[in-house]
Design a protein around this ligand. Sequence first.
Ligand code: SF4
Length: 306
Amino acid sequence: MIPCDKCNARSIIYQKYSGRHLCSHHFEEDVHRKVREVLRPYRIFGKPCRIGVAVSGGKDSTSLLCILHSLFSDREDVELIAISIDEGIEGYRSGTLDAARSVAKRLNLDHVVRSFKDVYDVTTDEMALQDHKQGPCTFCGVLRRNLLNRTARELGADALATGHNLDDEAQTVMLNYLKGDIDRLYRLRPRRVLEGMVPRIKPLRRVPEKEVAIYAMTHDLPMDFSSCPYITRAIRQEVKSTLNEFEAKHPGTRYSIMRGFDRILDLQAPSESYQVVPCTLCGEPSSNGICASCKLLEKIRGIQGV
Ligand code: SF4
């Protein structure tokens, strides 16, 4: 038995990047500390607030819900509402939605489910059958972000929490460096507030994916390993493999990437190039008068002949 470095209980994880063995109690304490550190600068939890939590039903989002519930269940002025989006993907989404429902129920939290079919009158399966240059992920991702924001705003949420973990964030930063997409990098800025957009927070951005998985297992959360039939992440997958190799050889690489990214954002004056105006078709926030969702919906309806 390998003992925990903080007590003598049996360790359940070795953190290569910190050089510590941790038992289940101290592992959970460490995860909660990282999440608290991410949330501190937002200052939203210092006053009454309502947080929408995007819950797809996968391990990241269900762990996120569980962690936020543990941190704030004794605060009557902090309200958590789980929000799930049903994109309409046969044989995939219904299973993850069941997982989201069961975790929200277990934690006794309200759970709101909105569907593409009800709101946009089209499903991801239907979009995938059309002949577009962009794959289904382009449509699905844009519409899901739009619907999450709209739902959180309608619920009066002060923030929308998503389950992006450290691995996701480091991959996204590297991808945007590789593409030279500085505007998109700037949009990842944690504290950016735009008219009509519910502020996004990513409480797990300092928690490695492996630790989120261990958290999910130790809290008996549903572990659904199915993946969406449309997933195509060729470049992201390459970046992921490369970062995994770096992390194995040089523990702490992902933390270094995020530290460097945060320092660059602190040094740079904010770009004024990204303005927000209401979309003339639906009223949602847009950069040039028609939001990305309406542009995509026009394409879809054009092909459907609606
Ligand atoms: Fe939608 Fe693509 Fe994600 Fe599937 S993989 S849920 S199509 S964004």
